[in-house]
Design a protein around this ligand. Structure first.
Ligand SMILES: NC(=O)c1ccc[n+]([C@@H]2O[C@H](COP(=O)([O-])OP(=O)(O)OC[C@H]3O[C@@H](n4cnc5c(N)ncnc54)[C@H](O)[C@@H]3O)[C@@H](O)[C@H]2O)c1
Length: 346
């Protein structure tokens, strides 16, 4: 029996890149899939109905069950019709994977209102739109459910992506709200911060540099390598399965063959008082009690890499912090989390 036997999934942005790989793997794991894709350019302009249909044809040719939906996730009513389509075609809905996305990169001082709105509409509103309709159904039918949202490390502050970074941070907050509000109905919500060599990566300065060096964009050379979007799909299929019922409100980096658990939001330090602070007191105390903590981020120089690694990336680089627990499989756990790991293993 495959892991998603009897389940029905809606995957948005499933016509290309990561979404396509997710739709194909869910179908291979026996889920019936509504393959949503508007078939737009990376900027969100234009539409092409053949993009979703090609994925449906591929899934059916491989013996799976799928139907195409070519509407926009940015349209609230259209998102309702995606959920309806799952019910009409397959009789139920269990899994929603929000992958659809566009880019309109610009520095904050050059960004137009339209560029801001378009990106927020697809990523943040789109994730709300499908989730809103699906959650009403999950609550009414008491069948439980899974929501898997796509965020990005751009949320941590990519300089040329004010719209995209804000939407992707918003998706993390929204995922946490879903996790807390829907768990009583047996629904889990988790977010993935992926990396895969798709057309989205082709558009970045690094992608364009790669194309200059290799004569082809990264997406055209990704198949079978660590950058293959298919490498992101197994984590989605796992989170969508009954086996992951206990995983809720978590954020996972999924980059090639590496799966990262983010520690979500942690308070790093506290200044407490039994009365209101004055700004002058804060100005006096910060240099001693807070500023040194801001600097407490190791930096590692890696040969061949232009920029030194900071923060978690630097810690992960330390070979001593890695433990091999099966051939070819290693684990890294941040210092301070080792006690929890040791307890879990014993
Ligand atoms: N590729 C990466 O490394 C990377 C990194 C971080 C985050 N992400 C996120 O992962 C997701 C997938 O990215 P990708 O690289 O596969 O991109 P992609 O451009 O290859 O695929 C995105 C798909 O979404 C569709 N789409 C766009 N607007 C839509 C709308 N309004 N309604 C329905 N479909 C729509 C597009 O037609 C396209 O087929 C996105 O949310 C992206 O922001 C990707």
């Amino acid at each position: 029996m495959n892991t998603l036997d009897g389940k029905v999934a809606l995957v948005t942005g499933a016509g290309r890149g990561i979404g396509r790989a997710v739709a194909e793997l869910l179908a291979a794991e026996s889920a019936a899939v509504v393959v949503n894709d508007l078939g737009t350019a990376l900027s969100g302009e234009g539409a092409d109905v053949s993009v979703a249909q090609q994925v449906v044809d591929a899934i059916r040719a491989a013996g799976g069950r799928a139907v195409a939906n070519t509407e926009s996730v940015a349209d609230y009513a259209a998102a309702g019709r995606m959920v309806e389509q799952a019910l009409d075609e397959f009789g139920r809905l269990d899994i929603v994977v929000n992958v659809a996305g566009i880019l309109r990169d610009r520095m904050i001082f050059n960004m137009t209102e339209e560029e801001w709105d378009a990106v927020i509409a697809v990523h943040l509103n789109g994730t709300f739109n499908t989730s809103r309709h699906a959650c009403a159904l999950f609550r009414e039918r008491k069948t439980g459910g899974r929501i898997i949202n796509f965020s990005s490390v751009s949320a941590w502050g990519s300089p040329g992506q004010p719209n995209y970074g804000a939407a992707k941070y918003g998706i993390l907050g929204f995922t946490a709200v879903l996790a807390n509000s829907m768990s009583r109905y047996g629904v889990t919500a988790n977010a993935i911060l992926p990396y895969a060599a798709t057309r989205m990566i082709d558009s970045t300065p690094r992608g364009q540099e790669f194309a200059r060096q290799h004569g082809k964009p990264p997406s055209e050379m990704a198949a079978g390598t660590e950058g293959d979007p298919a490498n992101v799909a197994p984590m989605v299929a796992y989170l969508a399965s009954d086996a992951a019922a206990g995983i809720n409100g978590r954020f996972f980096g999924v980059r090639g063959y590496t799966i990262q658990l983010y520690s979500s939001w942690e308070i790093a330090a506290i200044l407490g008082a039994d009365r209101r602070w004055t700004p002058q007191e804060l100005a006096e105390l910060f240099p001693t009690y807070i500023d040194p903590l801001l600097e407490d981020v190791p930096t590692v120089e890696v040969p061949g890499q232009e920029r030194p690694l900071r923060g978690t990336a630097a810690l992960q680089h330390d070979p001593a912090a890695w433990e091999e627990f099966a051939p070819g499989i290693q684990q890294w756990v941040r210092e301070g989390y080792y006690a929890a790991k040791a307890a879990a293993r014993s």
